[in-house]
Design a protein around this ligand. Structure first.
Ligand code: CP
Length: 302
């Protein structure tokens, strides 16, 4: 299996073979000697073009690139670039390709921007989040986290909760989960239901979190925040903010092996008193994003 030269644009194109490959490469890199790791991408240049805010995705790709020996170039905000003077995405991509980048990692507020970048660039493009559409490398991390904790994804019951309309991490995760033989439940306010385009196999839909937990008896609860910045009307956001808060009371009858994940950032949807419980997997999930992204960079850079 090789992903050399490939774009990573959408989890809809993932197969089990691709996910297994990235997960196994992640494990191999975690066990690799520090000096050997530093040689893997020596002399390579990773362009990190973040038109939208990020803590984890940008930092983990940066650390991943540097610890594999690559240099990085780019920006952390569109407002610090010549986009503010009217430069197009097409021209920005051409510039970073021209500076000798070996891969472009891009986050952009517009759905489909990653595809546009890939159409322009002759080097691989990794979608680090495009609008409310996709966050495919997050789903590689999420499935890695589930596999790491449960040793498998087949046979599990996975419950996705929160803003399933605007949450790109949830869109990518549900598509990645279709590669496995697991049961999928989703719980969201009526106005934030998962768009039909992301519903492929049988998915059990709920609107009440307590009932969803009871029906799903989940092995994994994947919480997501309400994506305030995506709402065209802030009044609509006000109606649904704080809709679901996972607290200790809701965990009264759960499986002892339950794993709670969250792509983060968290706002108020997971009570911080859950952080100390053995179910809380979100900080490990985020930390493992770095080696997963090492595996992704190493795989796509030819
Ligand atoms: N999960 C995630 O994408 O986090 P950031 O927005 O901080 O990158």
């Amino acid at each position: 299996m090789t992903l050399a030269g490939s774009d990573i644009l959408s989890a809809s194109s993932f197969s089990r073979k691709v996910l297994d490959f990235i997960h196994n490469e992640t494990d191999k890199l975690c066990n690799l000697d520090h000096k050997k790791r530093q040689e893997l991408l020596k002399g390579k240049l990773v362009a990190l073009l973040f038109f939208e805010p990020s803590t984890r995705t940008r930092a983990s790709f940066t650390v991943a690139a540097k610890t594999l020996g690559a240099a990085t170039v780019g920006f952390s905000s569109g407002t610090s670039t010549s986009e503010t003077k009217g430069e197009s995405l097409h021209d920005t991509i051409k510039m970073f390709e021209g500076y000798g980048s070996d891969v472009i990692v891009m986050r952009h507020p517009r759905d489909g921007a990653a595809q546009l970048a890939a159409d322009v660039a002759s080097i691989p493009v990794i979608n680090a989040g495009d609008g409310k559409n996709q966050h495919p490398t997050q789903s590689m991390m999420d499935t890695y986290a589930i596999r790491k904790r449960h040793n498998t994804i087949d046979g599990l019951s996975v419950l996705l909760v929160g803003d399933l309309k605007y949450g790109r991490a949830a869109h990518s995760l549900i598509q990645a989960l279709y590669c496995y033989d697991c049961t999928i439940h989703v719980a969201s306010p009526e106005s934030l239901r998962m768009p039909p385009i992301f519903l492929k196999k049988q998915v059990h839909e709920h609107t009440d979190l307590e009932e969803a937990i009871k029906a799903a008896n989940p092995d994994v609860i994947y919480m997501t925040r309400v994506q305030k910045e995506r709402f065209p009307d802030i009044n609509e956001y006000a109606k649904v903010k704080g809709s679901y808060v996972l607290n200790r009371k809701l965990l009264a009858k759960i499986k002892p092996t339950l794993q709670i994940l969250h792509p983060l950032p968290r706002v108020d949807e997971i009570d911080t008193r859950i952080d100390a419980l053995p179910y809380a997997g979100y900080f490990i999930q985020a930390a493992d994003g770095m080696p997963v992204r090492q595996a992704i960079l190493n795989a796509v850079i030819a």
